[in-house]
Write a protein of this length. Structure first.
Length: 194
């Protein structure tokens, strides 16, 4: 079984992302060749992918906090509210990109060596983390309209194939995040949270 956050990533968030990928095919076709009209769609896809992945990470973090509070010794409702607010206070995923640093910081507050565990789970996660960082570099370039080739691997345009790779990396990381937190919470409380 998986968390509600992971189920939502593959059922709802991915369906939303599929719409932008389908729009790309509608505007540019599916055969090989340059598609100048699709660059803006690629930009939109990057922005949506980053936003949806940020939403997934934030949802998973909230789900883990809720599980921690529900699995702990019974707490007065007011105390639960205070502790929940403390875990979410200054959460980087509420205002920043889904960067490795922000994700690691937020989940680290729960007591897990997050990225160490994610990388240990699957050797491909190190490469996926690099794809996540590249996606965020492009997200910032698009959002701020600052296409500095020195920051973007020598390029000023992003291709659909790259965005699809980043999407696949996000899929793999979402599964890994879900598993790492399931194992961690199971170890802490002796029962699987999902």
């Amino acid at each position: 079984m998986s968390s509600a956050s992971l189920q939502n990533w593959f059922a709802i968030r991915t369906a939303d992302l599929d719409q932008i990928r389908n729009a790309h095919a509608t505007v540019g076709g599916t055969s090989r060749g340059r598609r100048y009209a699709t660059q803006q769609i690629n930009h939109a896809y990057v922005m949506l992918l980053s936003g949806q992945f940020q939403g997934f990470c934030r949802d998973l973090h909230s789900e883990c906090v809720d599980h921690l509070l529900n699995a702990a010794a019974p707490l007065a409702p007011t105390l639960q509210i205070v502790i929940r607010a403390e875990f979410r206070r200054d959460r980087k995923l509420d205002r920043g990109n889904p960067s490795a640093d922000n994700i690691g910081s937020d989940f680290g507050r729960l007591g897990v060596a997050f990225w160490d565990d994610v990388r240990a789970l699957d050797k491909r996660n190190k490469r996926r983390q690099k794809h996540l960082e590249r996606m965020n570099e492009w997200r910032n370039a698009i959002a701020h309209q600052d296409f500095n080739p020195a920051k973007l691997g020598g390029k000023t345009t992003v291709r659909l194939a790259e965005v699809k790779r980043w999407h696949a990396a996000c899929d793999g990381l979402a599964r890994a995040f879900d598993e790492v937190m399931r194992v961690y919470l199971s170890t802490v409380f002796g029962a699987s949270p999902w």
